[in-house]
Design a protein around this ligand. Structure first.
Ligand code: VG1
Ligand code: CO
Length: 611
């Protein structure tokens, strides 16, 4: 291996400059325009105050790896794949090769993750490559821990050029399971497809990795370490994020509800990253009882669990919330802390309803929205419950493809405040990621607001009451999602092709059982801000009464193909709102199975997860 001292960055060869540039953060969409713009003034970060020795950088020749294409949210593979020699290094170097040098040379990046197996090794690799490519400073969460929303918050607060998130999110972790990496931009939002496509292109052609010759960094203690012109600062994973939450919510309102003797709250961190946030926020700041936190210690393999907060994988919490003497509000979050599940006593709030209910109550219960939300948005398969709130509140409304990266431009452009996905993702423009703890605080605020002034002994407004009241005002959008995980890829693709063909032959007015087709298509989206187009985002059958059946293949799995089938039907009649969703949707679910011939194509009689 040739070890050559590369000149890092001409800027860092000059005497240290104690300047932090005042340029505004570069937005993801700016990259589309970069070639047409005058160069930005360079972002300089304070270099070592002693004379900066030149960092030694090794140039490591590489062999190409196939298949480093990012999916819905970052690059996800089995740990064993990432453990191959230089596999991760290869993708990280390709990322630097894809960014305009002005975006990282001498700049500031953030690094954190969900604490899963392989994160520690990965952090050291990323730090060395960042240094090797001329990054000025990297902020790392202690022990490599930062939730996805916290990375977004830290990037924004510290005006960083971007950040890495080491997580495969809700996918299980451990030596035999999954690992993943995401890159977010200076606005804190996930890199857009224009960049991830470039990274993929570069993985097919790069020939060297630039790695700084520095020792492994001790990430277990807070503080700053300098390596010539490169600095690593280990930061507390919670403080910036907590500070932001304090500006969004009325903590006193939440404290008041959490301290009621007639209200009980329980939070399941699923041994994932929110374990690091739950105690400092819910207990230390908001006064919740320490026993309200379940599975609160982040573990490398999530305690052999599948850190996906849904009715299947958060079984323990579901049993408690559906058991006798259940708490009043139960919540869970996923591997990297961006998803959430909300439960009342024996009552499940679908994520599609959750975002609609939060949007409808935001102005009254959450100070951040005291002037009302600017606009609302949901991913295409998410139910239309939010649409009804937008129309009643007369707010701009957007329907985007699946994946949080599609919300960022709308937020940066001031068009969007609150958004959500049916996949347990809810959030707002306080950051550019979905935010599990934010959603829990939003629900605690709503419950707090509705029960303000109620004396102990009086009946409290429950989570179920909030949902029933919402449905009686707006009607109920029954919604369910069936997941068929780890299907044979070629069979799943055959089914999708079969459906595409069916769509090309379908026309409005066609009869499907008792339903009349309004239209069927493959969802495409044109970003209203930068005009970028995303095609093939899900097959839709929309019927005359507004009912919908949608099919998509997951873009986050690491083995085989996961088919997602989404079913929705609107019910205005309040006397029918208490019906179980599976009962209400049965005819439409049967229709969805028969239209797609799913059982014939996949051989699956039953889904693995029902939401
Ligand atoms: C899934 C969800 C999608 C979500 C994505 C990332 O993608 O459907 O709504 O944004 O996961 O969530 P897919 O392609 O598997 O359907 V997370 O918490 O895993 O970063
Ligand atoms: Co996640």
């Amino acid at each position: 291996m040739a070890s050559v001292a590369l000149r890092l960055n001409s800027l860092l060869q000059s005497p240290p400059q104690h300047v932090i540039s005042t340029r505004s953060p570069l937005l993801a969409r700016d990259h589309l325009l970069l070639s047409r713009r005058a160069p930005f003034p360079r972002l300089l970060v304070r270099a070592s105050s002693s004379a900066s020795p030149i960092l030694k950088v090794e140039s490591i020749p590489t062999k190409p790896y196939e298949g480093q294409k990012t999916g819905t949210s970052g690059l996800r593979k089995k740990v064993k794949v990432f453990q191959q020699e230089n596999y991760l290094a290869y993708w990280i170097q390709s990322l630097f090769n894809s960014l305009p040098p002005e975006d990282y040379k001498g700049g500031l990046l953030v690094l954190g993750g969900d604490g899963r197996f392989f994160n520690k090794e990965a952090a050291e690799i990323i730090i060395k490559i960042a240094a090797g490519n001329g990054v000025g400073k990297i902020l790392v969460g202690r022990d490599g821990i930062l939730s996805t929303p916290a990375v977004s918050a830290v990037i924004r607060k510290r005006k960083a050029n971007g950040g890495f998130i080491m997580s495969a999110s809700h996918n299980p972790g451990g030596p035999d399971y999954d690992w993943g990496i995401k890159f977010n931009y200076s606005s804190g939002q996930p890199a857009p497809e224009s960049i991830t496509d470039q990274i993929y292109g570069n993985t097919l052609s790069i020939s060297e990795i630039k790695m700084a010759d520095i020792p492994d960094v001790d990430l277990s203690s807070l503080g700053t370490k300098e390596y010539g012109s490169f600095t690593v600062e280990v930061v507390d994973p919670v403080s910036d994020y907590l500070e932001l939450m304090e500006t969004v919510f009325d903590f006193q309102l939440i404290k008041d509800v959490l301290s009621r003797p007639d209200f009980r709250f329980i939070f399941d961190a699923m041994h994932a990253v929110t374990g690091a946030y739950a105690k400092p926020i819910f207990v230390d700041q908001l006064g919740a009882n320490p026993s309200c936190i379940m599975n609160g210690v982040p573990l490398e393999d999530f305690g052999h669990g599948h850190p996906d907060p849904n009715l299947t994988y958060a079984k323990e919490l579901v049993q408690i919330m559906y058991g006798s003497n259940a708490p009043d509000l139960g919540a869970a979050s996923d591997g990297d802390g961006d998803r959430n599940m909300i439960l009342g006593k024996g009552f499940f709030i679908t994520p599609s309803d959750s975002v609609a209910i939060i949007a409808a109550n935001a102005q009254a219960a959450i100070p951040y929205f005291k002037s009302g939300p600017k606009g609302l948005a949901r991913s295409m398969p998410t139910s239309g419950a939010l649409d009804r709130v937008a129309s009643r509140l007369q707010l701009p409304f957007f329907e985007v493809p699946t994946g949080w990266k599609f919300f960022g431009n709308l937020m940066d452009d001031g068009k969007l405040s609150i958004c959500g996905e049916e996949s347990f993702g809810t959030g707002s423009d306080h950051i550019r990621e979905k935010d599990g703890i934010w959603a829990v605080l939003a629900w605690l605020s709503i419950i707090g607001e509705k029960n303000k002034g109620r004396k102990v002994g009086e009946k409290l407004v429950s989570v179920e009451d909030v949902a029933m009241e919402h449905w009686s005002t707006f009607g109920r959008n029954f919604f369910s999602r069936y997941d068929y995980e780890e299907c044979d890829s070629s069979k799943a693709n055959q089914m999708i092709e079969y459906l595409r063909d069916l769509i090309s032959r379908s026309k409005p007015g066609d009869a499907y059982g008792n339903y009349t087709l309004k239209f069927a298509d493959d969802f495409a989206y044109t970003d209203p801000v930068d005009g970028s187009v995303a095609t093939k985002q899900g097959l839709r059958f929309v019927f005359a009464d507004g009912s919908r059946i949608i099919y998509r293949l997951s873009g986050t799995g690491s083995a085989g193909a996961t088919i997602r089938m989404y079913i929705e039907q609107f019910e205005p009649d309040a006397s029918k709102h208490k019906v179980d969703a599976q009962v209400a949707l049965k005819p439409l679910i049967e229709l969805a199975l028969s239209i797609s011939k799913l059982e014939q194509f996949t051989g699956r009689q039953k889904p693995t997860v029902i939401t």
